[in-house]
Design a protein around this ligand. Sequence first.
Ligand SMILES: N[C@@H](CCC(=O)N[C@@H](CS)C(=O)NCC(=O)O)C(=O)O
Length: 261
Amino acid sequence: MHTLISLCFSHYVEKARWALDHAQQPYVEHSYMPVFSTAAVAWASRGRGGAGDKVSSRFSSPYLITEDGTHIPESAAITCWADARSGGSLYPTEEVAELERRFHDRVGPHARRIVYFYAFQDVEVLGKMAERNVSPMQARAFRALYPGVSRFIASQLKVDEAGVERSKAVLEVEAAAVAERLSDGRPFLCGDQFTAADLTFSALFAPAVLISQEQGYGAHLPSLDEVPPGAQELMKRWRDSVAGRHVIRMYRDHRRTPVEG
Ligand SMILES: N[C@@H](CCC(=O)N[C@@H](CS)C(=O)NCC(=O)O)C(=O)O
């Protein structure tokens, strides 16, 4: 049984969970809220962490420790590793890997900034997420630290009006590019086969359309009526877009549930 250290609601973590579930790899997930997850990765990696990249710190989640003790930071590396363990169907062409990198850099950080922007408008959004995803003790500690944690995240990720407007524009471009790809009637982003490109786009766009646990998201996200009105409007629109419908379909048809360990 592998161990996955996670920032519970993170979409990069969701990508890793999806890849592990797709490859039918059993794992136990240690779920944390922001900052707690950073500390947990620092602890598990004995201060080494991963390489870090332009969207995250060295101590970002997901962080996988395989059952033979190998440490694998980074969602793309975990996806590749899990895929190789199950016969390798997710990366049929170089185009898939290129799209995966593009979504990692352009969908992930912008969806995250938008979600935090709206979440910070109402303390209950993250407070409830803590209660639904982590232990009661950690949820209480998170609520106590919330003012400092939210200020820290907002400054680190430039969560402000101007940043959010830029992020919305980038996501519109990415959603339009996905729609353009699908416009010839192909069922998947790279043709006839479900690949890491579909998995990555779907996991990283999922919080922008609030995929529920019933639909397959591996953690509890708020429902549409629990988020501020501005977010409801935007997310409803994205749910109805070609890209949003693709994500919902990928969840319905290709998001396997975890295997028992
Ligand atoms: N490059 C990373 C990005 C992961 C990432 O950005 N994780 C965020 C959550 S969405 C995180 O753990 N942030 C806390 C930190 O960096 O300390 C990956 O693909 O695994």
